[in-house]
Design a binder for this molecule. Structure first.
Ligand SMILES: [Zn+2]
Ligand SMILES: [Zn+2]
Length: 364
């Protein structure tokens, strides 16, 4: 089928809206009509080259939509089902999958078409890559069935889309990766879409203190609405000193959600003994971070986090139930809707820090 898509052709060049051809589903594939797709910071990182990707590519990795067609061997969804697509697709057979960590799957290639097969997406016979193996900035997506999860039809698509990346990453970082404990003190560096999700996850986990750190007062105000108990503008106050004071000696959990060396150092230094710093943000590939090793005597830890350590087919229905119960606020996270053609405006909004989430909407 022919669909419109926003294509990334060169680093730092605006995406161009072009027509592409999407193939029919192979035996294990699912064709999804995209209804909504959030615009995430990682799309911007791909655009400016901080995340390397094969070009040309359709960006977008936070989509929700309706299944149009399925391959012969697909059992988890059927045409007409509403679904969220997630980049954490998994082979189901590798050592990481078998140990219950499908988000660290080491054989994603098993869910892709081989080099000897025709590509899923083409233009004039030439391959168009799908960023994150999804390519959500398009009117339809052809993906592996283990990249989608069925959702109930009462969930609005724009809300559902956020669960595909920001919510899964942020709430999962708090609940799955860090396992935030009830009554604990938590710091979150960065109050964008993922940071807000970490704050919500910490609140769901029962943290007593949630300190949001950012450089924009507007974002800090939003963070309070989602559950931050205190805020720090790190342009105005030294975050480490202020956090030590607020927490009477240090935080138990500190999340870095921006992807900056300095912030990971601050997250480490603001910890109480035995505290854990969790790196959620994408520090550019190749950069390293140094910390004063003496702090390790205090059993402080730094741990990585991949997409909120998700098992998205389990997590998604749980998060959506928390949404129904009013414990997870997806409504306030969606701050703007735009058509596909306005995707560049959505990137500008991320850069200026004015929105929590823009969601691109397609005709239903
Ligand atoms: Zn993302
Ligand atoms: Zn695997």
């Amino acid at each position: 089928m022919k669909v419109k898509a926003a294509i990334h052709r060169a680093t730092n060049h605006p995406l161009s809206i072009e027509e592409v051809d999407i193939a029919s589903p192979g035996p294990e594939e699912v064709l999804v009509k995209t209804i909504a797709c959030g615009v995430c910071h990682s799309d911007l990182h791909a655009l400016n080259g901080a995340i390397p990707s094969n070009l040309p590519a359709i960006l977008g990795h936070e989509p929700a939509g309706i299944v149009i067609e399925i391959g012969d061997r697909v059992r988890n969804v059927a045409p007409g089902d509403h679904v969220i697509a997630c980049t954490s697709m998994y082979c189901g057979n590798c050592s990481q999958c078998i140990q219950g960590r499908p988000y660290l799957c080491i054989d994603r290639g098993a869910c892709l078409r081989g080099e000897d097969e025709p590509p899923r997406v083409t233009q004039n016979g030439k391959i168009i890559h799908q960023f994150a193996d999804l390519g959500g900035f398009a009117e339809a997506m052809l993906v592996h069935n283990r990249a989608v999860v069925k959702i109930d039809k009462d969930i609005p698509f724009d809300r559902a889309a956020l669960v595909g990346c920001a919510v899964t990453t942020g709430v999962g970082a708090a609940l799955n990766t860090a396992k935030v404990t009830p009554g604990s003190s938590v710091v979150v560096f960065g109050a964008g879409g993922v940071g807000i999700s970490v704050i919500q996850g910490a609140k769901i986990a029962g943290a007593r203190q949630i300190i949001a750190v950012d450089i924009l007062d507007d974002k800090l105000k939003i963070a309070e609405k989602f559950g931050a108990t205190e805020t720090i503008n790190s342009n105005k106050q030294d975050p480490v000193k202020t956090i030590k004071k607020m927490t009477s000696g240090g935080a138990e959990f500190a999340f870095e959600v921006v992807g900056m060396q300095k912030l990971l150092q601050q997250a480490f230094y603001c910890l109480a003994p035995h505290g854990t710093a969790i790196l959620v943000g994408a520090i550019p590939v190749g950069e390293s971070v140094s910390v004063n090793a003496g702090h390790f005597f205090l059993e402080k830890r730094i741990i990585g986090c991949m997409m909120g350590s998700n098992r998205f087919t389990l997590d998604t229905p749980r998060y959506l139930e928390l949404y129904r119960q009013g414990k997870l606020d997806l409504d306030s996270m969606v701050t703007r809707h735009e058509p596909l053609e306005k995707v560049s405006d959505a990137f500008d909004a991320i850069t200026s820090g004015e929105v929590t989430r823009t969601v691109l909407m397609f005709d239903q």
